[in-house]
Design a protein around this ligand. Structure first.
Ligand code: UD1
Length: 431
């Protein structure tokens, strides 16, 4: 298994091109199941979750074509995929694929809306919590589907199609909003989705669906009104920039010191993260196509309290990374996780690097200190893993991060991007 080795303590200077957003690309790809025509997506990130989803879509009968597109600096950004689901040959999403990636369960709504049936594995729990599907299922039942759970599968039928209706989500869910939004596009009549998630990845999905002929109003708000259509058509769309990757590299500049310019992105996507970084003593300069994050290595990092919330609040997917920064602050920080019940798996690993953190329920009290010391660590989740990379950039000596496949699920060429800014970081392949 590959590992990443970092010798910390080097300031970072350079430019990083941000990739397309994994969390936007996954639902955008699933939307191809809603039409017989071709959906083409550009700015697709090269990450493992995309390959997993291609496998799933192909096993439903989708034809997938990837067109590599090299850019000036040899980066692999800009890759495009064409997906054509002219015929759905199977409405089953097997456990072997969905267990690897929860976003696989997003095929439920589109398959049910188009084919009148779907059998999709329950994704099960994962390292960050139980992650149930009740909001997805309650909404589909309200739209007239009959659903039973059998042998770990959600088996759904709507032989006469789904009916548009008023749905109020009991709590905010990104996945449930995406699933039901797609289903509603092919339902009979009008669906009103209240308490919908407002994450930018949902707005990106709305934009693609509109290009495909869907009628959706209220984008970017907590009320989406969808007038179902008989069919949708093909479309071309560029995947939005990855706001979590943007925020992660901004924190890399903050934790290591130095100056990193982030391009091919949009600072407005991470306003809540920028606010915290500025309070911590990091300078953020907004540019035409991104931002520049800098901190003089001699300027101390201030402790700042952080609470995660649905968008536009501070993202849960940036919680582990900001905790790494707070570990080397000169103050204290209370970090509260409001979205997932078990998202502090990075804490014991940060403790191995010498951090001082106490977890009390949903909050972690971080007492900052001058120095972390490198050690072997591993993590069981994508964002937890990257927080260890960030901590490794600041730590004295060598940090070895094992189980790199978690990083590869969501970060494209992470070690190359950081090495190009002067980080002493390499990937070593294991057995
Ligand atoms: C998406 C993101 C993930 C991010 C999360 C929250 C993708 C592929 N993943 O995950 O990176 O951390 O949003 O921003 O885009 N819940 C229920 N019942 C449900 C569905 C969700 O109780 O039916 C709960 C979850 O357990 C969690 C909360 O709602 O506590 C938010 O989860 P949700 O927004 O659905 O996350 P995902 O869409 O799975």
């Amino acid at each position: 298994m590959d590992s990443i080795r970092i010798k910390g303590g080097k300031p970072l200077n350079g430019t990083i091109k941000i990739s397309g957003a994994k969390n936007a690309a996954l639902p955008l790809m699933v939307a191809c199941l809603l039409t017989e025509e071709t959906v083409t997506l550009s700015n697709l990130p090269h990450v493992a979750d995309i390959s997993t989803l291609i496998n799933l879509l192909c096993q439903h009968g989708t034809n997938a074509h990837l067109n590599g597109e090299s850019s000036k600096n040899g980066s692999s950004n800009g890759r495009a995929i064409s997906l054509t689901a002219s015929e759905i040959t199977s409405t089953e999403a097997p456990y072997e694929i969905v267990r690897k990636m929860r976003a696989g369960a997003l095929v439920l709504g589109p398959l049910l809306a188009r084919m009148g049936e779907a059998k999709v594995s329950l994704p099960g729990g994962c390292a960050i919590g139980t992650r149930p599907m009740n909001l997805h299922l309650d909404a589909l039942e309200a739209m007239g589907a009959k659903i039973e759970i059998d042998a770990g599968y959600m088996i759904a039928h709507a032989p006469n199609g789904l009916k548009g209706t008023d749905i109020r989500f009991d709590s905010v869910s990104v996945g449930a909003t995406q699933n039901i939004l797609m289903a509603a596009c092919l339902a009979n009549g009008v669906s009103v989705l209240d308490n919908a998630a407002r994450e930018p990845e949902i707005t990106d999905l709305v934009h693609l669906l509109q290009k495909m002929g869907a009628r959706i109003e209220g984008e970017g708000t907590e009320r989406l009104v969808v007038t179902g259509q008989k069919t949708l058509h093909g479309a071309n769309h560029a995947v939005m920039p990855d706001r979590i990757e943007t925020g992660t590299y901004a924190i890399a500049a903050a934790i290591a010191g130095g100056r990193i310019e982030l391009t091919n992105t949009n600072a407005d996507l991470i306003n809540s993260v920028i606010e915290i970084l500025e309070q911590s003593g990091t300078t953020i300069e907004r540019t035409e196509d991104g931002l520049i994050a800098s901190r003089d290595p001699n300027t101390p990092i201030e402790g700042v309290d952080v609470l995660t919330h649905p968008y536009p609040g501070y993202p849960t997917d940036m919680q582990a990374q900001i905790m790494a920064l707070m570990c080397v602050s000169q103050g204290s920080a209370m970090i509260t996780e409001n979205i997932f019940e078990n998202r502090f798996m990075h804490v014991p690993e940060l403790l191995r690097l010498g951090a001082n953190i106490n977890v009390h329920g949903r909050s972690a009290l971080v007492r900052g200190q001058a120095e972390l010391i490198g050690a072997p660590v591993m993590a069981t989740d994508l964002r937890a893993s990257v927080s260890l990379v960030l901590a490794g950039l600041a730590a004295k000596g060598e940090t070895v991060i094992n189980r790199v496949y978690h990083l590869d699920r969501g970060y494209e060429r992470l070690e190359e991007k950081l090495a190009a800014c002067g980080a002493d970081i390499i990937r070593t392949s294991g057995e």
